[in-house]
Write a protein that binds this ligand. Structure first.
Ligand code: SAM
Ligand code: DTB
Ligand code: SF4
Length: 327
């Protein structure tokens, strides 16, 4: 049988973390025969990580709803009529207590999210106390508070923050179909500030938003070409929430989701690739295939920000079945 070069190029093709990935290269990877793609990703995963280990992050929404941004996927946007109400910010004690529960359940990292375009200085001060206390408990800390102004990333770093999550969400070409109130450049600017402050970068995106495969390639190219690459790459499958403009988005075929995970692994071999939102809707076997294809991190705990995640008990059962240990 005649085969094309791309289909059966040697599995040990270089994975140039320091060179530029073209969108064409990444689209070609996404189009590899499925088994070949998963196999290559699994091989690369083993070169850089122990494939029996999985990093566990627990999320908490410290300020829910009423957000001024218009992100088309988001139940927390004040632009959309969704079941999520505008709520006041949680107190330091409430947040620290949630972190204590997360630690007792076995989480290694605690991620705080806020429905802000970006933090006001007075709000940031309150979060610094949360970061200090949670860090002192021995947990890794992560925050996702939106766009940062000059000096804010340094304050978070000084308080002991380990990671800042800020997603690019989709390709530059698809971006304005999803969000109008802030630009791709704004996001890249915040990622630069995070890096400059010495924080580790958590940056990924969402699939299942009616984007094309080329858009998924464009997103991964943006992520993989960040220099240095993000330490953590969350790949979210859209959680459809009533009242959001993307509630009616077409379901992405599960194989296409696994392909996206595999290509993130191949192009960002040293990064933790997180199988993120949307896991509750995924059969266990699909999740197992994502882990085989190089995902090595999950959100762990019954809630994401405003939507449900698999129960922690179910996740412990799944990890036991797959012989996965917390990283
Ligand atoms: N407001 C801040 C911001 O947008 O940067 C931080 C919180 S925001 C909820 C964090 C990320 O959650 C978004 O960038 C998006 O990638 C993800 N997200 C929000 N709603 C989602 C949904 N319905 N499905 C999947 N991911 C979602
Ligand atoms: C990320 O990439 N996904 C998380 C976290 N970073 C902040 C958020 C998922 C949110 C899913 C919808 C919700 O629960 O509101
Ligand atoms: Fe606001 Fe973040 Fe939701 Fe966008 S994703 S509407 S910025 S909370």
């Amino acid at each position: 049988m005649q085969t094309s070069a791309i289909r059966f190029a040697p599995a040990a093709t270089p994975h140039p973390t320091d060179s530029v990935w073209s969108v064409d290269d990444i689209e070609a990877l996404l189009g590899l025969p499925f088994m070949e793609l998963v196999f290559r990703a699994a091989e690369i995963h083993r070169q850089f990580f122990d494939p029996t280990r999985i990093q566990l992050s627990t999320l908490l929404s410290i300020k829910t709803g009423g957000c001024e941004e218009d992100c088309g996927y988001c139940p927390q946007s004040a632009h959309h009529d969704t079941p999520v109400e505008d709520q006041p910010m949680l107190t330091v004690d409430e947040v620290v207590e949630a972190a204590r529960v997360a630690r007792a359940n076995g989480a290694g990292r605690f991620c705080m999210g806020a429905a802000w375009r970006g933090p006001k200085d007075a709000d940031l001060e309150k979060t610094l106390e949360m970061v200090r206390e949670i860090k002192a408990m021995g947990l890794e800390t992560c925050a996702t508070f939106g766009l940062l102004k000059d000096g804010q990333a340094e304050k978070l770093a000084d308080a002991g923050l380990d990671y800042y999550n800020h997603n690019l969400d989709t390709s530059p070409e698809n971006y304005t179909n999803i969000i109008q109130t802030r630009e791709y450049e704004d996001r890249l600017d915040t990622l630069g500030k995070v890096r400059k402050a010495g924080l580790s970068v958590c940056c990924g995106g969402i699939v299942g938003m009616n984007e094309t495969r080329r858009d998924r390639a464009g997103l991964i190219a943006q992520l993989a070409n960040l220099a240095p690459q993000p330490e953590s790459v969350p790949i979210n499958n859209l959680v459809k929430v009533s009242g959001t403009p993307l509630d009616g988005a077409a379901e992405l075929d599960w194989t296409e989701f696994v392909r996206t995970i595999a290509v993130a692994r191949i192009t960002m071999p040293k990064s933790y690739v997180r199988l993120s939102a949307g896991r509750r809707e995924m059969p266990e076997a699909m999740q197992a295939l994502c882990f085989l294809a190089g995902a090595n991190s999950i959100f762990y705990g019954d809630r994401l920000l405003t939507t449900d995640n698999p129960d922690a008990i179910a996740d412990r059962d799944l990890m036991a079945k797959l012989d996965l240990q917390p990283a």
